[in-house]
Design a binder for this molecule. Structure first.
Ligand code: F0G
Length: 371
C-alpha cells in the first residue's frame, strides 16, 4: 500500500514535481508512485541551430548545439541527479556522497539541499573550478579535499559506498545514467528522428554511455528510425580511452574532464564501436579556441571541457589526422554537439584583457569605443 505521502506525490501534476526530466520521461525511468520526486526543473535545454557551423560543412548539413549549461546548476549532471537523489530518498539513505571534478558535486549539493539530506563531496584538492566549488559550498555540502586526483577521490567513494546508509551519486550509480539518457530523448523528440552524428566531451565516460542508451531505447520504441555515430573527445593530456591505457597524472585546462581512469570506460568503448563512431583527442589550445569561437560566433559561453565537442567538430571538419572526418559526410546529415557546462563555472580558465579606466566624459568614452 502506498503511504499517504506517496499518494500525495502521485497526485501531483508534472508542474508540481518541478516539470523536470522525471515528470516528462517517467515511463522511461525506474521511478514509482512512491518515489519522492526531487527536481529543480532540469532538462528541456535548448537545441540551438548553429548556422555558422552548418555553413562550414555545407551540403545541406545541419549542426545543432545541445546547450546543457542552462540546467539548474549549470551542467548536464542535473538530469541524472534528479533521478539518483529521488531514488536515494526512496531508499531512505542518510546521506549522499560523490567524487567529482566539480559539476557532479555542485549538482549533488543542490539536489541534496532541496531534498533535505546531508551531502559529502570528495574533491581533488586545488583542482576544482572556482564556480563549482562555490556552488557546493553555498548549497551546504560537506567538502572534503583529498591530496590526489579525481581517480583517487572516486576510489575512496567506491569504498565508502559499500555502506547502505550512503548513496553514491556518481555516474557509477545507474540512476544517474538513466536520467542523463533523457537528453537523447529530447533531441529525437525535437528533430523527429535521431541525428546522424553526435559529438560530445568524454571524461568519466558516463554521458556518452547515457546518450547511447537513450538513443537505443528510443529506437527500440520506434520513436526514431536510426542511431547516430557517437564521437567522443578527450583532452589530449587526459585521454585514457583514446590511448587505451590508464593515464596516471592527467593534465588539461578542461578540469571537468581531467580523468585518467574513467569508470564507464567499457560502456563508452561499446557505444563507440556499436555506433561506428570514434574517440579522438583535442589539445588545450584547440579547446580554448573553440570556447572563444562559440562564445563570439554563436553566443554560447561554455566551460573548457564543454568546448571539447566544438573543438572536435573543427577537427572532423579539418579532417587532418582526425579519427573521424566530415569530408565525405552524406548530404543533409544532422550533427548534434553537446556542450555540457556553463562558462561562468570556470572564470579562471580565461584571462580578461587589461581594461584601463578612462575619464567619465563622452569624448573619452567615444574615443575608447573606437567605432
Ligand atoms: N563536461 C563537463 C562540464 C563535465 O563536468 C564532465 C564530467 C564531462 C563533460 C564528462 O562527462 O564524465 O560523463 O564523460 N564531470 C564529472 C564531475 C566527472 O565530477 O563533475 P562524463
Amino acid at each position: 500500500m502506498p503511504t499517504e505521502n506517496a499518494r500525495a506525490f502521485f497526485e501531483m501534476s508534472n508542474l508540481e514535481q518541478g516539470g523536470g526530466v522525471i515528470a516528462r520521461y517517467r515511463e522511461f525511468l525506474l521511478v514509482s508512485d512512491s518515489t519522492p520526486v526531487v527536481s529543480l526543473g532540469e532538462g528541456n535545454t535548448p537545441l540551438v541551430y548553429a548556422a555558422k557551423l552548418s555553413a562550414r560543412i555545407g551540403r545541406g548539413c545541419e549542426v545543432f548545439v545541445k546547450n546543457e549549461g542552462v540546467n539548474p546548476t549549470g551542467s548536464f549532471k542535473d538530469r541524472g541527479m534528479t533521478v539518483a537523489v529521488s531514488r536515494a530518498l526512496e531508499r531512505k539513505v542518510c546521506a549522499l556522497i560523490c567524487a567529482s571534478t566539480g559539476n557532479t558535486s555542485a549538482s549533488a549539493a543542490a539536489y541534496a539541499a532541496r531534498a533535505g539530506v546531508p551531502c559529502a563531496v570528495i574533491l581533488p584538492a586545488g583542482k576544482i573550478a572556482s564556480g563549482k566549488l562555490l556552488q557546493a559550498f553555498v548549497h551546504g555540502a560537506r567538502i572534503i579535499a583529498v591530496e590526489g586526483n579525481f581517480d583517487d577521490a572516486l576510489r575512496i567513494v567506491r569504498e565508502l559506498g559499500a555502506r547502505d546508509d550512503l548513496a553514491i551519486v556518481n555516474s557509477i550509480n545507474p540512476d544517474r545514467i538513466a536520467g542523463q539518457k533523457t537528453a537523447a530523448f529530447e533531441i529525437v523528440d525535437l528533430l523527429g528522428d535521431a541525428p546522424d552524428f553526435h559529438l560530445l566531451p568524454v571524461g568519466n565516460a558516463g554521458n556518452i554511455s547515457a546518450y547511447w542508451a537513450g538513443y537505443n531505447e528510443y529506437c527500440a520504441r520506434q520513436k526514431s528510425t536510426k542511431l547516430p555515430a557517437m564521437i567522443g573527445f578527450q583532452a589530449a593530456g587526459a585521454a585514457p580511452i583514446f590511448y587505451n591505457r590508464v593515464v596516471e597524472n592527467p593534465e588539461t585546462i578542461a578540469s571537468a574532464i581531467r580523468i585518467g581512469n574513467p569508470a564507464s570506460w567499457k560502456q563508452a568503448r561499446a557505444a563507440i564501436e556499436e555506433s561506428r563512431g570514434a574517440i579522438d583527442i583535442v589539445s588545450d589550445e584547440e579547446i580554448l579556441a573553440a570556447q572563444n569561437w562559440l562564445a563570439r560566433n554563436e553566443g554560447i559561453f561554455v566551460e573548457p571541457a564543454s568546448a571539447a565537442s566544438i573543438a572536435g567538430f573543427f577537427k572532423c571538419w579539418n579532417a587532418k589526422g582526425a579519427a573521424h572526418s566530415f569530408e565525405k559526410i552524406p548530404e543533409g546529415s544532422r550533427i548534434v554537439c553537446t556542450v555540457t557546462g556553463h562558462g561562468l563555472k570556470d572564470p579562471d580558465a580565461r584571462k580578461i584583457d587589461n581594461i584601463p579606466p578612462v575619464p567619465a566624459n563622452i569624448d573619452n568614452v567615444l574615443h575608447a569605443i573606437g567605432f
